[in-house]
Ligand binder design. Structure first.
Ligand SMILES: *Cc1c(COP(=O)(O)O)cnc(C)c1O
Length: 378
């Protein structure tokens, strides 16, 4: 986790009015509210509209809506400011990840930790089976092993904390190791920041090349939208251009309504994450004392918690069936607390314990959440 001070090198690099930098020096929670708005002219709406158009009048900067849309641009301005680089939105988190994987040349090598989002694992396995690339799997916490595996690699994918095992990668150490060992020959580094959110950490500060978000989760925050985003390091114009072209040509673009919903969600990101994190810390303290809980996995920040319950898979499923306030569903990052046994998904890797429950702590009253969860644990 990095500090969250305001000295981000590119805090004001994406302001809409070139020359004037009205948002320079503002705190992230302020920028989450203030950016991505129409220009302040008398009578202007305070929110960007949902721009429903497939084309634009000729001779402007953009001619067709697969290339860009004003509602995406407003969201991209905010996300870019929060993560520290230019942003590109996509139809889903997976579309964003697939775009980065799509830049790997045929026959290239991708390094990925064993425990990451199972869609990422599945996508790489599918590409490998198709003969498009080779995958090297590493352990998220094994700094030396990750650097070693990157010999000749084209892409390194990191996720910290990992989903659902909550392992942390020393991203700063990995970047230092890659530079020392491979210099400019190092792989492109993509970091999935969905779990941590930019409230807790901004991986571009650590030197990674691209950050990915499933905006479906905390950024949107209300379990009502699917959308993805990439944020590219400001010095990697080459990657930004290639990824923008990839989006235009492969066409996995967000809908304007979805972009608008995520933009509205982001306005309250800091409030939601702070509240959910405080509740998660309280629940972790109590879960660690609970006799039905064998192990609590919590990285020390954020609102995602995994627990392993006594009694195996059946006992874990029984907890999911018994909760009344918590929502038994997949996904995470919504205002409502969610619970799920991850191994119920056939794609989840076999080293994830069968009795592991992943908790996404929401913003309800902490005592109500504890009462429901502790009753379900029995
Ligand atoms: C959900 C998720 C994704 C995939 O995002 P979608 O928006 O569902 O396509 C990627 N990474 C992580 C960590 C996720 O939780």
């Amino acid at each position: 986790m990095s500090d969250t001070s305001s000295t981000h090198p590119d805090d004001d690099s994406v302001g809409r009015t070139p020359g004037s930098r009205p948002h320079a020096g503002l705190q992230p929670s302020t920028r989450a509210v203030a950016l991505g708005r129409p220009a302040r002219t008398p009578g202007a709406p305070v929110n960007v509209p949902v721009t429903l158009t497939s084309t634009y009048l000729a001779d402007g900067a953009v001619t067709y809506a697969r290339v860009s849309n004003p509602t995406w641009e407003a969201l991209e301005e905010v996300l870019g400011s929060l993560e520290g680089g230019p942003a590109l939105t996509f139809s889903s988190g997976m579309a964003a990840i697939a775009a980065v994987v799509g830049l790997v040349p045929v026959g290239g090598v991708v390094v990925v930790p064993r425990h990451v989002y199972n869609g990422t694992t599945g996508l790489l396995a599918e590409r490998e089976a198709a003969g498009a690339l080779t995958v090297r799997r590493v352990e998220a916490e094994d700094l030396g092993g990750i650097v070693e595996a990157c010999d000749g690699a084209d892409l390194l994918i990191l996720e910290s904390p990992t989903n659902p095992m909550m392992e942390l990668t020393d991203v700063v150490g990995v970047m230092r190791g890659l530079r020392t060992r491979y210099g400019v020959g190092r792989p492109v580094v993509l970091c999935d920041n969905t779990f941590a959110t930019p409230v807790a950490q901004q991986p571009l500060r650590w030197g990674v090349d691209v950050v990915v978000h499933s905006a479906t989760k905390y950024l949107a925050g209300h379990s009502d939208t699917v959308l993805g985003a990439l944020v590219v390091a400001p010095e990697r114009d080459d990657l930004l251009g290639r990824l923008r072209t990839y989006r235009t040509l492969h066409g996995a673009i967000p809908g304007p309504m979805e972009a608008w919903l995520v933009l509205r969600g982001v306005r309250t990101l800091h409030l939601r994450v702070e509240r959910a994190t405080a509740t998660a810390e309280l629940l972790v303290d109590r879960l660690e004392e609970h006799p039905a809980v064998e192990r609590v996995r919590y990285p020390g920040f954020g609102a995602m918690v995994s627990i392993e319950v006594v009694g195996g898979a059946d006992a874990a499923e029984a907890v999911c069936a018994a909760v009344q306030l918590w929502t038994h569903s997949t996904s995470l990052g919504g205002v409502e607390s969610q619970i799920e046994r991850r191994r119920r998904h056939p794609l989840e890797v076999a080293s994830v314990p069968v009795n592991l429950l992943r908790l996404s702590v929401g913003i309800e009253d902490p005592q109500d959440l504890w009462a429901d969860l502790s009753a379900a644990l029995g």
